[in-house]
Design a protein around this ligand. Sequence first.
Ligand code: GLC
Length: 607
Amino acid sequence: MMNLEISPQFLSGNPPHGVYSRSWSRINPRWPSRSRAHNRKICVYWKGETDTRKRPEFPICRCQRPDRVADLRIESTNGPSFREAGEKSSLTEEGEEDLLGAGSFSRTTQNKNKVQSLEDEAWRLLKQSVVYYCGNPIGTIAANDPSDTSVLNYDQVFIRDFIPSGVTFLLKGEYDIVRNFILHTLQLQSWEKTVDCHSPGQGLMPASFKVRSISLDGDESSSEEVLDPDFGESAIGRVAPVDSGLWWIMLLRAYGKVSGDLSVQERIDVQTGIKMILKLCLTDGFDMFPTLLVTDGSCMIDRRMGIHGHPLEIQALFYSALLCAREMLAPEDGSADLIRALNNRLIALSFHIREYYWVDMKKLNEIYRYKTEEYSYDAINKFNIYPDQISPWLMDWMPNNGGYLIGNLQPAHMDFRFFSLGNLWSVVSNLATPAQSHAILDLIDAKWADLVGDMPFKICYPALDGQEWAIITGSDPKNTPWSYHNGGSWPTLLWQLTVACIKMGRGDMAARAVEVAEQRIAQDKWPEYYDTKRGRFIGKQARFYQTWSIAGYLAAKLLLANPTAATMFVVHEDAELLNAMNNVRLTPSPRRKRGSSKPPQKTSYIV
Ligand code: GLC
C-alpha cells in the first residue's frame, strides 16, 4: 500500500466540541417546528387523503415571475470566474457568444416558433406538477399523467427529481418554491424513522415525501395536511437514498447564489442540517478508501444494478456537496473538527478518483499489462485487478481521444461501465481534472451515437446482458438490456450534460443534444426514459409527463440561454485547497510504531 501525505498546516483545527449530539434540537424562531411526536402520530393516520395537486383555491405559485432571466443575481458569486481559474471556458457575460458558437444556433423562424411552443408547454406542465403544503408551493410531483391509474410512488415529491425543477424555478426568478422545499425537507431530516426496529442515521434525507390530508380527530369536516416522508422504508428494495442529502446541500447553495438570499443557509437549523448530513458521510467506518461506501441502488439508479461499494455517482455528488458545505458552513469553534475532516476528505477523494478511476487508451493498456498478486507498499496494481477483466467491448469502444471515470472500484474489480451522471458531475464539481473533464466530453463527442443516439442521454453504457444481467440485477424484468437503468436513455440527464458542457466552454455540444431531444420529446409526452441501444422506443414501463424530463429539458434551455447561471453549481477550490491538493505526494508508507511519543509530521491516508 502507498500512503498519501498532506501538509500539516492544512489539517489544523480545534478539539472536538460535541457538535453532533443526537439530541441536538433545531431552534429557529422563524420556522414553526412540529414536534416529532406529533409528526409520528399523524404519519400513521392516513384517512381522508385528498389529491393535494388540485387546489384551485391556491394560485400555481404566489411569487413574482419575471419573464426574463437576466435579473438573476449571480454577480454575487464569490469564486473566481472560470477564466481566472484557468479553465477553457466562456462562462463570463461577454463570453456567451464564444460558448454558443456563431451559427450553431441558426434556426428558421418556423423552427424558432416550434421550439418556443415546446418551451411554453414544458413550463406549463412544470407549473402543473407543483405540490402545495398549507397553501405554499413546496415541490413537484414525480410524474403527472392524469390517465395513469397505477401511480405507485410517482405521486410523491422526490428530492433528486426536484433538482432540475428547482434549477428551472430559480432561473425563472421563482425562488419561494425552492426555499420552501429546502426548509420543509430539512424538517423531515430529523424524523424518527425505523425499518424493522433499526434506526438509520439521523442526518438521512428522505428519497421522497407526500403531502397527505388527514381529518382531525373525530371531525370529518376538517382536515390537516401533513408531510409523509419515505426514507427507503417503503421504497422498492428498502434502500437508503444517500444522494438526497448531497443534492439538498447543492440546491441550498444554488438557491443562495441565484436568489442572493443567504439568510436561509445562515439559519441555525439549516447549519445543523448541513452538519448532520456531513456527519453521516464522514463517520469513520471500516473503509480503507476515501470514497463513500454505499449499498446498491442508493442514488438515481435505485434498484439492484451492481453499483454497491463505491459508485462514481455517489462520489461525484459527495465531492460536490463537500465543496458546497465548506463554502456555506459558518466558521465557529465547534465546527473546526468537522471542517478539518471535510478538507482532508476532499483532498483524499479527489486524488483517489483522479488516479484510480480514470481510464483512457494509455491507462487501459497499462491495466492490460498489469502484473498481479503484488504484495508491497509500492505495488502498481494496487487493487489486484486481473487484466482479463477488461471487457472485450471496451477494447473496441475506447476512443483514441478521450477517456472517462469508471463506474466503481473494489478489490480485484473495476466496473468499466460508463455511468453518465457520475462522469458529468465529476466535470461539474472539479472532481475530474480539467484535462480529464475535456477528455470526458471528447469521449461523449466520439461516442455520440451510443450516448445520445435518438434521445439523450444514456444512463450507462453498455447494458448488462445474458448471465451477467441475471446475476447482477437478480433477473430484474424492469432492468432488461437497454431498458430503464440498464442502458436506458433518460432525458433528465440533459441538464447535467448542459452544466458540464458550459463549464468546459463547450455549450454547443449540449445544444446539439437538446436539439435531438426536441425532435420528439413533447410528441412522446415527456417520457421518463427510452429503451433500445439508440433510445428509439419510449421505455417499456416509462411514465408519461415525467417532471424531471420536462424540467431537465427546460433547465438545459435556460442555462444555454444564460450560461453564466451555471455557476450556481460550480464551486471553485480556493487557493488553500488547491495548494494542499498539489502537495499530495505518494510515498511508501513508513511503518509507524503504535503509541510513538513523537507526533507525526504528516497526516497519512491509505489510498
Ligand atoms: C425511479 C428512478 C429514480 C427516480 C424515481 C422517481 O425510481 O430510478 O431515480 O427518482 O423513479 O422519478
